[in-house]
Design a binder for this molecule. Structure first.
Ligand SMILES: [Zn+2]
Length: 362
């Protein structure tokens, strides 16, 4: 059995989410997450203040990923999965990197999500940042996970940190497993050549994440992460102008998809005052094309007008009850399978260990 990510073209999303009961929707989908960053909040300040996107990567995220070990990944993933569930998100498409703990890392994430009761699609972000041996180890981890029947994509960090050989190997591996590549594309100006370099490789089942500075059309689903893009000051992606299916991700800033929808709408509106919430809502609904299993899940919300125009201007809507695959995994806002207090305590211990490692890093 190989990875079973479905062809996004074959699944019809419902035209409306409120199938009769206005409190209830299917499970929300986060189409791009980094569960490994759940413990990053409150981390030690970087050695100096980053002045652009590339320095944000170098001074913050590429230091953090080097400090990860399998225990930290486990508690980070459990906390991220718990917070997703509490936000009514039942399916996460994750993109992972831990250069000093590659082998088995995707299993750790998949197990952590299964324990909490959240669906996950895993990918290891291959890169040549740590030499060609590091890239090979990343490819092997994707292959191992998919070969064992895991649900996933083949991850690639981004074209600008990969050789052409690595990009071709990742595309080939994904095709062998009948799945797509999950890759950051032209998120910042450091990756302007991504369109040219990926043009002959990309396929309809690829997840093209960000596409802020993408200079041409590529096949695949574009995953828009408006809050992260603003936080990194990379510019506005203008996803409404793309011909692709567009889905919404958080890029690791939680998994509260109603929040991300609200940000996506208001960022769209800032760019175009004629924009309506229906467009950002269609991006949220596109998540069900990528993760149709979430349509079988139900979320009962604290609010009875679960429609784009109401939700665009209503904050603080909470998930009260969530069922995944017929099982109630959140009741009265609390998880049924795991102890939220224990996960938060263990995650805090892991975060303290992570922060010490970061402080000791040259
Ligand atoms: Zn990302």
């Amino acid at each position: 059995m190989t990875g079973t990510a479905p062809d996004p073209g074959n699944v019809a999303a419902p035209s409306q989410v409120d199938g009769g009961d206005s409190h209830t929707t299917p499970g929300m989908v986060c189409a791009h997450h980094h569960l490994y960053s759940a413990l990053a909040r409150g981390m030690p300040a970087p050695p100096r203040t980053p002045t652009g996107f590339l320095e944000i990567l170098e001074l913050i995220w590429w230091r953090l990923d080097r400090a990860l070990d399998l225990d930290i990944i486990e508690w980070s993933a459990k906390l991220g999965a718990l917070e997703a569930l509490e936000s009514g998100t039942t399916a996460i498409i994750d993109h992972h990197e831990s250069p000093n703990a590659i082998e088995g890392s995707l299993d750790v994430i998949a197990r952590a999500c299964a324990e909490v009761g959240v669906r996950v699609d895993c990918a290891y972000g291959v890169t040549d940042r740590h030499g060609s041996a590091g890239a090979r180890a990343g490819l092997v981890e994707n292959d191992r996970f998919l070969r064992a029947g895991g649900r996933g994509h083949v991850g690639v960090h981004a074209a600008f940190t990969c050789s052409d050989d690595t990009l071709e190997a990742a595309a080939g591996l994904a095709a062998d497993h009948s799945t797509g590549v999950h890759i950051h594309v032209s998120e910042g100006t450091a990756d302007l050549e991504a369109g040219y370099r990926l043009e002959q490789l990309a396929r309809d089942d690829w997840l093209v994440v960000h596409a802020v500075h993408l200079d041409r059309d590529l096949p695949g689903t574009i995953v828009h992460n408006p809050r992260s893009n603003m936080n990194n000051r990379v510019g506005y992606a203008r996803p409404a102008g793309r011909r692709n299916l567009v889905a919404l991700g958080t890029d690791g800033i939680g998994a509260a998809m109603l929040d991300e929808f609200r940000v996506a709408y208001v960022r769209h509106r800032e760019d175009d005052v004629t924009a309506t919430p229906e467009t950002a809502w269609s991006w949220l609904e596109a998540g069900w094309r990528l993760f149709p299993e979430a349509l079988d899940d139900t979320v009962v919300w604290s609010y009875d007008r679960m429609d784009p125009w109401s939700l665009a201007f209503t904050t603080g809507v909470r998930a009260l009850e969530v069922t995944v695959d017929g099982e109630t995994v959140l009741r009265d806002g609390r998880p049924t399978r795991v102890d939220a207090t224990e996960i938060r305590a263990k995650a805090a211990e892991a975060a303290a260990r992570l922060f010490t490692k970061l402080e000791q890093m040259p």
